[in-house]
Write a protein that binds this ligand. Structure first.
Ligand code: FE2
Length: 548
């Protein structure tokens, strides 16, 4: 039977009913009616062959019933079995809310019998404790005479009588070992005992319904999750596509806008068509995408940046994740692609701004160094040489490029504060008077004052401020010690001392590099940072560094 709505195709419903034996055709002779049916000659089907035909017709038709037709199918079957068993009402109740509530979901009423569907839309199972306990225990509840219900079913007696029910039988509907509801017959006009055949019919039909209802539930859950996935898929801000055997088999709307093409240009096409031959790092695109795809399919998700090529020839940068997804029995490669053009452009702009700033800073520093040079040629040369030693030590220590750049800048102007000291004091040969020395000791502070408002991407003013501090706190101007002194300042301090001792000074001749290195070695860890001293000694003694 083809799938489709029963409402659209009445002939199918008729077909289902047609095969069911009708009340008027029930064989009169040889009835195998139960002995307890005698009070009501119409209370039960009597022909085993007719019953078998009925059950067979129901089950085969239900197996092929599309989930959307299940409700109509159940109503049709209730009519068929109600008519066949000659009862006033046949109905299905289903539990919900973890069995706390139940509702009459399907019903058939004989001619002249009032429907209960709308009168009792939702019933608390707690309001029928005796009845619901039995159903919950997989028991058939057969009440031939409601007025004779036992005392423990007093509540049920009241409820049933208020609905005009004189007799009833209910059979649990069980799906996956859980009672999901019950199917029953109700008698209003007569008090009757339902035959074993009637109960057997309910049991079989209950099983058929259980199967159909659970299939419908599964289909609805699947449809819901599919529609949730579809919404996520379609409204994602990233391009999402599925790849099978290297070909695109599905993609969302964002993919089309991102790649600037129609669905037909993507689906069925090779994943390689959307990459340039070579990636910016020189890697072969085809090779790279194949390797990443294979790793992802082997269960190792891949995250990477990729250059994509649109059909119109334009390129764009993307961040990509490759994952394996299993749909049904098939395995797909799922690619999520995020266009990072804006982010890349912003980063490039920032890098340009920083580069401009670096150049501006470098120019500022050069101007400052030049100002010092025009006034005091000796200090200018000293600063340049100290910067050279400090950079070499920083490289020897493996510091970052950024930090080394800061050290170079700070080194070139570390004595800029001397600009405020009278030239004759700076170049005075011989010993300085105490007052003159005090004036010279002000230069780190003066340098700090000059530089503190200049925007650098490094703490230049602080480095300059601290370049005469010593590890044991004996330096100036702050008397800082240990790690309170910036590493850059500790490096410039050692470079400064080495250069000063090794080079010629206005007031004395050069004392040579060996004396300079002995000085820092002797005070390693006391006045000077141990690691910086080690790097400096290695630089001069092992690498043969020369001061220029
Ligand atoms: Fe200095």
């Amino acid at each position: 039977m083809a799938r489709g709505s029963m409402k659209d195709r009445p002939e199918k419903r008729e077909g289902l009913i047609h095969r069911l034996p009708e009340r008027g055709r029930r064989p009169e002779a040889g009835l195998a009616r139960s002995a307890v049916d005698r009070r009501n000659p119409y209370s039960a089907p009597a022909d085993p062959e007719a019953l078998l035909r009925l059950i067979l017709g129901l089950s085969t038709n239900f197996i092929v019933l599309p989930p959307d037709d299940v409700d109509d199918g159940i109503r049709d079957v209730l009519k068929a079995i109600g008519s066949f068993a000659v009862v006033d009402r046949s109905c299905v109740f289903q539990f919900r809310d973890n069995g706390n509530l139940m509702s009459r979901t399907h019903e058939w009423c004989a001619h002249g019998v009032e429907s209960q569907m709308l009168k009792t839309p939702l019933i608390s199972t707690a309001s029928l404790p005796w009845f619901c306990k039995k159903i919950g225990n997989y028991e058939v509840v057969h009440v031939p005479d409601v007025t004779r219900l036992p005392a423990e079913a007093a509540v049920e007696k009241l409820v049933f009588l208020s609905q005009g029910i004189r007799s009833l039988v209910a059979v649990p509907i069980v799906s996956a070992d859980a009672v999901i509801g019950f199917i029953g017959f109700e008698s209003l006009r007569l008090t009757e005992t339902f035959s074993e055949n009637a109960i057997a019919l309910l049991k079989v039909v209950g099983e058929i319904f259980a199967f159909a209802l659970s299939r419908k539930q599964v289909m609805e859950a699947l449809r819901q999750s599919e529609s949730k996935y579809k919404v996520l898929f379609e409204h994602a801000s990233d391009a999402i596509f599925l790849v099978k055997g290297g070909m695109f088999v599905d993609c969302n709307t964002k993919t089309l806008t991102m790649f600037g093409c129609e669905r037909a240009q993507i689906l069925g096409h090779s994943a390689f068509e959307f990459s340039p031959d070579v990636q910016p790092n020189g890697d072969d695109s085809r090779q790279g995408i194949m390797e990443k795809g294979e790793l992802a399919l082997a269960g190792k998700p891949q995250f990477f940046e990729w250059k994509y090529l649109r059909p119109d020839g334009t390129l764009f940068d993307a961040e990509v994740s490759f994952n394996r997804v299993d749909i049904g029995n098939e395995v797909f490669l799922q690619a999520i692609v995020r266009d990072i053009t804006d982010r890349k452009q912003a980063a490039e702009k920032l890098e340009k701004t920083l580069e401009n700033l670096r150049q501006t800073n470098a120019a500022t520093v050069q101007v400052m160094a030049h100002v010092v040079e025009t006034r005091d040629a000796y200090t200018a040369g000293h600063q340049r040489r100290v910067a050279g030693i400090a950079v070499a030590i920083a490289e020897e220590m493996g510091l970052s490029f950024h930090t080394i750049e800061g050290i170079r800048m700070a080194g070139v102007i570390h004595d800029i504060g001397k600009i405020s000291i009278p030239a004759e004091i700076l170049s005075k040969p011989g010993d300085l008077r105490k007052k003159e020395f005090e004036l010279i000791k002000d230069h780190p502070q003066m340098g700090y004052e000059i530089l503190k408002d200049v925007e650098f991407p490094w703490p230049i003013a602080e480095i300059v401020h601290q370049h005469h501090e010593r590890m044991d706190g004996s330096g100036y101007p702050g008397g800082l010690s240990g790690n309170k002194i910036l590493l850059e300042a500790r490096i410039i301090a050692v470079s400064d001392v080495v250069e000063a001792i090794a080079s010629h000074r206005p007031y004395r001749p050069a004392r040579g590099i060996d004396v300079a290195l002995s000085e820092i070695e002797a005070n390693r860890g006391v006045l000077y940072d141990g690691d910086v001293v080690d790097a400096c000694l290695h630089l001069f003694r092992e690498r043969g560094y020369k001061i220029y």
